[in-house]
Design a protein around this ligand. Structure first.
Ligand code: NCD
Length: 318
């Protein structure tokens, strides 16, 4: 795997292999010495044009556990036009000898531009681009589901027949997009629940079932996994729902809705959470919530991703 730009490019075999390597990496996390020498001498650049806490430190921890050198480049606030600044930055990083660039950018497609540009000969890992994709988040979500459903240490398995209901701000969510494609590849059934204003126009062509009402969706079938998404106020320049109270009442995983779920239904959220809006504290802090497991598993999945990208054979550029 030369780059990781989108979950659409992962075959079932490639996805399962990444999850299996993540299991190997998780085993390292349980040891007293968490460091592996696998990427010694390699340089990983975290190039973040958008705010992030958990994703950036997760990639940083992952790279360090594999003994790579890490450079954190927070490019937010640059006044240069986007295409130009990306090119200049990429050439600078190339001159510094970056072997992998983990990029988060507000523009959908920025990582793909970088990978195709020829400005830099590094492995490119998409850490979230606009509303497009966030592949390592979907991989860590799938890893978390597989561990809870099939047990830690299970290998070779997908998520066949697992029902996953994703609720909330789908239109702005790169997490939802990456999850829809990966979950389909792994054999899960996906249902999206959101007000019509928070569903993308193209959703009709996605491999999912749609519901506009959370109570209706939960009454119709009990999901194995319910994944709540953050309301992304920073991407909203319009009124997408009447007001926060109404949203919480109709689409939030309130304490009452959560209490009706069986204890076997997993409650997931990629973070950061708006407690009291899309998820109640009772649901977020319950034993069936995987919120903190997702964070811990993120390091293992990003170790597996960096390892796979940095050990894949490169074309030698002329
Ligand atoms: C997600 C993101 O940035 O897309 N968060 C994350 O990576 N932990 C989801 C979000 O911001 O709501």
């Amino acid at each position: 795997m030369r780059h990781l730009l989108s979950t659409t490019e992962l075959s079932r075999e490639a996805a399962i292999e990444l999850l299996d390597i993540s299991e190997d990496m998780a085993a390292v996390a349980d040891r007293e010495n968490k460091k592996l020498p696998a990427l010694r001498g390699k340089t990983v650049v975290n190039l973040f044009f958008e705010d992030s806490t958990r994703t950036r430190i997760s990639f940083e921890a992952a790279a360090k556990r594999l003994s790579a050198d890490v450079i954190n480049f927070s490019a937010k606030g640059s006044s240069v036009s986007k295409g130009e600044s990306l090119k200049d930055t990429a050439q600078t990083l190339s001159a510094m000898g970056a072997d992998a660039v983990v990029i988060r950018h507000g523009a959908s497609g920025a990582p793909a531009v970088l990978a195709a540009s020829g400005w830099i000969d590094a492995g490119i890992i998409n850490a979230g681009d606009g509303t497009h994709e966030h592949p390592t988040q979907a991989l860590l979500d799938a890893f978390t589901m597989r561990r809870r459903i099939h047990g830690a240490g299970s290998r070779g398995k997908g998520l066949d027949g697992v029902s996953v209901t994703i609720v909330g701000d789908i239109v702005h969510s790169r997490v939802a997009r990456s999850n829809v494609w990966l979950l389909k590849t792994l054999g899960a059934h996906v249902r999206l629940v959101a007000p019509a204003t928070l569903l993308p126009v193209a959703v009709d062509s996605w491999p999912v079932t749609i519901d506009y009402d959370l109570d209706h969706a939960l009454a119709e079938s009990t999901p194995d996994v319910i994944m709540m998404l953050r309301i992304q106020q920073e991407r909203m320049n319009d009124a997408f729902f009447p007001n926060p109270r109404e949203y919480a009442n109709v689409w939030g995983l309130s304490t009452a809705r959560w209490a009706k779920l069986p204890a076997t239904s997993l409650v997931m959220h990629p973070g950061p959470m708006n407690r009291g809006l899309e998820i109640s504290s009772a649901a977020a802090d319950s034993p069936q919530s995987t919120v903190l497991e997702q964070v811990a598993n993120g390091v293992s999945v990003r170790m597996a991703t960096l390892y796979t990208v940095l050990t894949s054979t490169r074309e030698v550029s002329a």
